[in-house]
Design a protein around this ligand. Structure first.
Ligand code: BDP
Length: 717
């Protein structure tokens, strides 16, 4: 009875309350549940008339609440909540429910997060069963059902079995305690540390709903450049408050830790991982955290990287450090995610080689509850990088993928550069570690080497902006990350379709052009920023806009000239035997391919080779001409995106239409700026004329060099 009343109230709020007044400012993300039309509406009226949901846990209630919310929005009517299934009922049941006994669903292999959805009959009545081993699975099953309904999929013959391929599907927030977000382009942090733990605003629940809807099951609350304060009692209480909000949605909290916390907070003289006092300090700290957050996930660590302290300061290895922390959380079931993003200021070797050099020798030395978190490429979240050579090189160590959802190097909040194709390209890349087909996806889902601890992390693009991600299209990157973390075999295109249908409308006249625009957008950015394997030629600090000429910064690898190596003879970083020999870090069969420019994929050519300006590429053009054409193609793609979007006027609500249109104007301006600045600079080196078809840059090189941006967002102070 109480439950029925509760659902009626929810439905009433949904039908009459404020959300519709603000429906299209992006706040509702892909969970808008607008009124369905045509066959989608009749499907719902036939198959989703009532709900039977015997579960009483907070997660079961969240599942029922979401289903009620979704169906109410899409049908315009609150579904009845019944105690026994009638014709057109949806039954939510776990294996504990006697109602499931009559079906042979074989749920066991689906694990704690999996679910099955089936249309079937009970006593002659047509029903839909959403079944799972645990309430978390039910919640995921509900979101799947709502996704089907919202994308207009038929609901009359469902036979679905799902379980996640990767265990830890985490967001990494680079959120600081002062409310700023490192590399955040969507406003301040959504964590209001100041008013926590007392005030737990409704946005925290919506955050959890959005994440649960795409299968994300953990969140690291604070920046990898961590402050020790996060581990003090007041901040543990704040984290515990957030954990309480997220728990019903299957989301655990984790914290980034600063290596020297025992010295800063515990007044110890050292942070040496082999010092028993240090180990004892961490053990006591872990116990304190688990007393407040019994299902705390564990620690994320950035150590000996970009000036952060770490075990190497005490002549210990990353494994020594990770294992000491792992011992502190082990009895509580916690884990340690140890980042492999390391490069040292005093190491003259190719930056792209340094993580491998540090970590490969440690393979097999990490404790069972340690997972090493590796960025997708060996430098740093570039528009395109070959996959990180550590994938496939540490068979005895579980490796976790780190993607960057926030687009530090891909146009930040204004450029429409859908990251699905980047994720897909990396996940499908073949490491060849155990012969053909040893994809990165198989490394991180544990299947290649039989690891049970598996994970994938995405650096969040979420902030306090009303639309969460700084632009409506940036929401697609959050969505794609979650969906592809659940199933790394999903294609970027399929995910873009789902997202577009839910975010705008399932009408093919809208979905087809929008998806086509999204699918080409990442390649467009590669073309107008860093084509043919170029990398890291962005402006210093904020990384927005071009600055390939920068050469005077203190550390060599801070300078774009370090990465592109353009000179009178050619351009590109020789990573073969005659250069840094980074290719040797890949499996031999792949290394052989990459050692020869002829067998290196052209998209990665200048990443691995220094190529003469007049060398011919597969198109028959010289390298210089091809480079110019790539830059031109990038700018042209943005013009096409503008035309596609303009043609959708009237099919998208005014607010989101106008913002996207304005952002595409910015993107076009920036793409042109990138193209002109890079060509002006590279031409000053190659001294070759532009091909006849190419327009000269709008300004002389010095004009581009003189541009500087103050107050760019997301830039750490
Ligand atoms: C780089 C960012 C920097 C991060 C660092 C990291 O520029 O702000 O702290 O990565 O991942 O991409 O630790």
């Amino acid at each position: 009875m109480a439950m029925r009343l509760f659902c009626c109230i929810i439905a009433l709020i949904l039908l009459t309350g404020t959300p519709s007044a603000q429906a299209e400012d992006g706040y509702d993300l892909w969970l808008r549940y607008p009124r369905a039309e045509g066959p989608a509406l009749s499907g719902l009226s036939g198959h989703a008339r009532s709900i039977v949901a015997p579960g009483t846990s907070p997660t079961a209630r969240a599942a029922l609440e979401e289903l009620t919310r979704g169906l109410t929005g899409m049908t315009g009517e609150a579904p009845a909540v019944a105690s026994a299934p009638d014709e057109g009922a949806i039954l939510l049941a776990t294996t504990e429910s006697p109602a499931l006994a009559r079906f042979s669903l074989d749920l066991k292999p689906l694990g704690a997060e999996g679910y099955a959805i089936r249309t079937t009959t009970i006593d002659g009545k047509g029903v839909t069963v959403i079944a799972a081993n645990a309430d978390r699975g039910l919640l995921y099953g509900v979101f799947h059902y709502l996704r089907l309904a919202a994308t207009g999929a038929p609901l009359d013959a469902l036979k679905i079995r799902e379980s996640p391929r990767i265990g830890l599907r985490l967001l990494n927030h680079w959120d600081n305690l002062d409310g700023t977000v490192e590399r955040g382009y969507a406003g301040d942090s959504i964590w209001d540390w100041w008013t926590l733990p007392e005030w737990k605003g409704p946005r925290y629940t919506d955050y959890a709903r959005a994440n649960a809807s795409i299968g994300i099951n953990g969140t690291v609350l604070n920046n990898v450049n961590a402050k020790s304060d996060s581990l003090t009692a007041p901040y543990i209480a704040k984290a515990a408050a957030l954990a309480g909000v997220f728990r019903p949605y299957g989301i655990k909290v984790y914290l980034s830790v600063k290596w020297t916390a025992p010295m800063e907070l515990g007044e110890l003289k050292t942070a040496d991982p082999l010092d028993p006092q240090v180990a004892a300090w961490w053990k006591a700290k872990a116990d304190e955290i688990y007393a407040a957050i019994p299902d705390f996930g564990g620690f994320l660590v950035k150590a000996n990287s970009e000036g952060q302290p770490g075990p190497q300061d005490y002549k210990r290895t990353h494994a020594d450090g990770a294992n000491m922390l792992a011992a502190a959380v082990q009895s509580h079931g916690g884990i340690v995610m140890w980042r492999a993003f390391v490069y040292a200021h005093d190491n003259p070797d190719d930056r792209a080689k340094q993580a491998y050099a540090d970590f490969k020798p440690l393979d097999g030395q990490f404790a069972d509850n340690v997972i090493v978190q590796v960025k997708n490429g060996a430098i740093d979240f570039q528009p395109r990088e070959p996959f990180h050579p550590l994938f496939g090189a540490m068979p005895k160590t579980p490796l976790m993928m780190e993607f960057q959802i926030t687009k530090e190097y891909l146009g930040q909040q204004t450029h429409l550069t859908y990251l699905g194709p980047l994720f897909e390209e990396v996940l499908k890349a073949d490491t060849m570690a155990k012969g053909k087909g040893s994809t990165v996806a198989k490394v991180i889902d544990g299947s290649l080497e039989g690891h049970r601890l598996t994970g994938i992390a995405g650096v969040a693009n979420i902030g306090a902006d009303r639309d969460w991600s700084g632009s409506v299209f940036n929401q697609a990157d959050w969505y794609a990350f979650g969906r592809m973390a659940w199933n790394p075999d999903l294609t970027a295109q399929a995910v873009a379709k789902e997202w577009t249908a839910q975010t705008f409308s399932p009408a093919p006249a809208l979905v087809d052009p929008v998806v086509a625009m999204m699918m080409g957008s990442r390649e467009a950015a590669v073309n107008y920023m860093t084509p043919l394997g170029l990398a890291h030629i962005m402006a210093t600090g904020h990384h927005y806009g071009p600055a390939p000429w920068v050469s005077e910064l203190a550390r060599p690898e801070w300078n774009p000239v370090y990465y592109h190596r353009a000179d009178a003879s050619g351009i590109g970083f020789d990573r073969t035997k005659t250069g840094s020999n980074a290719v040797a870090q890949y499996a031999p069969a792949l290394a052989r391919k990459l050692a020869d420019p002829k067998t290196t994929p052209e998209r990665d050519l200048l990443w691995f080779h220094h190529v003469g300006w007049d060398e011919r590429l597969s198109s028959g053009e010289t390298l210089w001409d091809a480079l110019v054409h790539h830059y031109d193609a990038g700018v042209a793609s943005v013009s096409e995106m503008q035309a596609t979007w303009d043609a959708l006027r009237g099919q998208v609500d005014a607010e989101r239409f106008a913002q996207t249109q304005a952002f595409l104007v910015i993107q076009k301006r920036d793409a042109t700026w990138w193209r002109d600045a890079c060509l002006a600079y590279f031409q000053s080196i190659t001294k070759r004329p532009l091909p006849a078809s190419a327009a000269p840059p709008a300004h002389p090189l010095d004009w581009y060099k003189a541009q500087s941006l103050s107050y760019a967002p997301g830039n750490p102070k």
